[in-house]
Every structure is written in C-alpha cells, then in structure tokens.
Ligand binder design. Structure first.
Ligand code: SF4
Length: 193
C-alpha cells in the first residue's frame, strides 16, 4: 500500500476508543523515500485540529532542533505512536492525557505499516511512549537516549526526549540546556544521513 492509501484507511479507524475523543486521525507526514522517521507519542491540541503531526508548539521546537542539528526536514517523515488525541477537560482547555498500553497496542499496526512503506534508514523515538511502543515496555528514555539501540526496525535506531518536554521546563536556562541535549542527540542522527 502507499502512504496515501494507508492514510485514507486510518481515517476510519475505530480500533480503540480514542476515535471518539480526537477530532480526526492524525496520520504521519513526509516523503515515502524519507531517510529518517521520527515517532512521537500522539497528536496534541493543534495537531488534532489541523489533522497534521508536529504542527503545534512541540513541532516548532522539533523544527528548530532539526535545523540546529543540520537535518534537512525534507529527508524526514514524522508520525506518532498513537494517531488520535487523548485529552482531559480542564475548564475550557483540552489537556494531554497519556495513551494507555492497550491504546498504543491497538494503534501499532498503523505505525508498523508506515515503517514498512517508508523503510527509513534511521528510526528516532521521541520520548518514552514512542520508545515503549516500538522497543518494549521496559524502555527508559533517560537511560537509552542519544545512542544506537539494538533493534531490527531500521538500520539505525535511536531515542531521545520528546520536544514537548523542553516546553515544560520551568525556566529559560533549563529550556536552553534541554534543547542543547536534544540537538546533540539529533546530531547522532545527522551523522548517518
Ligand atoms: S488511536 Fe489509533 S487505534 Fe485508536 S482509533 Fe485512532 S487510529 Fe485507531
């Protein structure tokens, strides 16, 4: 199947309850021939409304970090482990809620299909949920980030933090430090592209 065919099929997915809370399925985006695939957790508020991955604040951090690491965005494919937005109401705001293991498992076939079509040279898990979804429940991003990991999912597999964690830092200095670490991890990716 092509990515367009997969995207059309995923639009009608009802494999877990999240189709009822998300506005739409947010499928991955990028070239079928992309050399690097980046996998996040799930779409956020903006992504849910626009129907595109990494277009909100975390996506802007990712774009900045990719540029600083010297990675051409046109060489990448970006997607999420879970393709509907899970949230909880807090007043009028929709606050991110972590997808359960059963929701991650239900959504994994879409991610596996994207991997099968794109066949990226480098697979990058952004954050714990993507890492656990692709590499197993025992995965710990703090322990395993920034190095090549044992996996047959792609020629090179690595993990780093999710860019949204940089936005959650309390002060500018922490944000700068976390961004620098994120860029450092992405330089490892750049080295094999
Ligand atoms: S989150 Fe994934 S498995 Fe659940 S309904 Fe959406 S596309 Fe289907």
């Amino acid at each position: 199947m092509t990515l367009d065919e997969l995207r059309a099929d995923a639009a009608g997915c009802r494999a877990c309850p999240l189709w009822q809370t998300g506005t739409q399925t947010v499928f991955g985006e990028g070239a079928e021939s992309a050399r690097a695939m980046f996998v996040g957790e799930q779409p956020g508020d903006q992504e849910d409304k626009q129907g595109r991955p990494f277009v909100g604040p975390a996506g802007r951090v990712l774009d900045e970090a990719l540029e600083l690491a010297g990675i051409d965005r046109s060489q990448t494919y970006v997607t999420n482990a879970v393709k509907h937005f899970k949230w909880e109401a807090r007043g009028k705001r929709r606050i991110h809620a972590k997808p359960s293991w059963s929701e991650q498992t239900a959504c994994r076939p879409w991610l596996e299909s994207e991997l099968a079509v794109v066949q990226p040279r480098v697979l990058v898990c952004l954050g714990a949920t993507a890492g656990q979804s692709l590499l197993g429940k025992q995965f710990r991003v703090t322990k395993e980030r920034g190095r090549w990991l044992e996996s047959n999912l792609a020629e090179y597999v690595t993990a780093t933090i999710h860019p949204s964690s940089i936005l959650r830092q309390r002060d500018d200095e922490s944000r700068r430090r976390e961004l620098a670490g994120f860029v450092e991890d992405l330089r490892l990716v750049a080295s094999v592209l």
